[in-house]
Design a protein around this ligand. Sequence first.
Ligand code: SF4
Ligand code: SF4
Length: 381
Amino acid sequence: MDTIGAMEKTAENPREILERRAKEAGFDLVGVTSAEPLHEGGERLREWQNSGMAADMGYMQRPVELLSNPKKLQKSARSVVSLSVSYYPGDHPDGPGGKVARYAWGRDYHEVIKERLFELRESLENELGTKIKARAFTDAVPLLERSAAQHAGLGFFGRNSCVINNDIGSYFFIADLIVDLDLEPDEHGTGTCGKCTRCMAACPTGAIKAPGVVDARLCISYLTIENKGGIPRELRPLVGEWAFGCDICQEVCPYNKTKARKTRWPDFDPSNGAGPRLDLEDVLRIRDDEEFERRFAGTPLTRPGRSGILRNCCVVAGNMRHESAVPALVECLFEDESPIVRGHAAWALGEIGGEGEALRGALRSEGEGDVVEEIEFALVR
Ligand code: SF4
Ligand code: SF4
């Protein structure tokens, strides 16, 4: 792996052309590994799947042979180019509202990075004077992207399961270009957490079960983004202020504290997306998908959809005992079409307290068993 910018332009072999072009395309790191199966990562994935820790994430449950073999994604694959781009926008500002994980403050990285990957391929084709068969993706095709990144020398696996780079920490997206070119591979990434266990101690839900092993069923990132159902009641208080994702195990990491590199991509600027915090009262009043799309289209926040984001905002409002959100929560309780939103609004009102009349009124009109149960629980708080 080369930290782009640290190397000198020398002879023009394909590998060096790649590095120069990747730098011009704005990537922070680039490395190469062969397109052979990622056996070690595959084994780790198999264990994780078998343990049930992948929860209901269908795309992570697909056969290991598919997830860990670049040639299953592209038959002619010879090399995997692993690239990274920092999304680090700076510190999370204090203030009211539900927190958004840093990677999601700006535009949706899928679209943004894919555009640049295609540009990179095109520029390589032009310079090498040959057509390149390539598949480009970031967090979209179920290759073990982190394993490929480690093989390509971009970093090592931290105890928080992130790929950590000795020079820029772990606040970066990983993108891959599977190509039919033979490119000189890198040494595998090395580095160590040493005696540090800060992420494991700081995780509010105890989701990091062992070094590098995160139980998605407990992880706030999963619970607030991929999870389509309710957030288990016993975990809601632990979600704290997080309305979308969670950065805690990266925030406490010494590599990020000292080495995080600010993003150079304007697309990830908070002004181009949802920003660092959601206004709870405002979001809790989004009643239809059209309005939700108007507000969040083109950002990662569309992933859990309207009901997922409102569910999360209910939980944050309850945790923060956010009294000014009560009228919006009552509206959710009576008017929202999603039983999940109505149920979580009831829970939040129970946490904040003093809304027995509204809850009893909702109990009389509510027809969904799960929501009724939430209201009953809220009434005895
Ligand atoms: S993202 Fe948050 S909840 Fe998930 S493992 Fe890290 S600290 Fe724990
Ligand atoms: S916080 Fe410490 S243990 Fe966790 S990933 Fe960072 S260096 Fe490793």
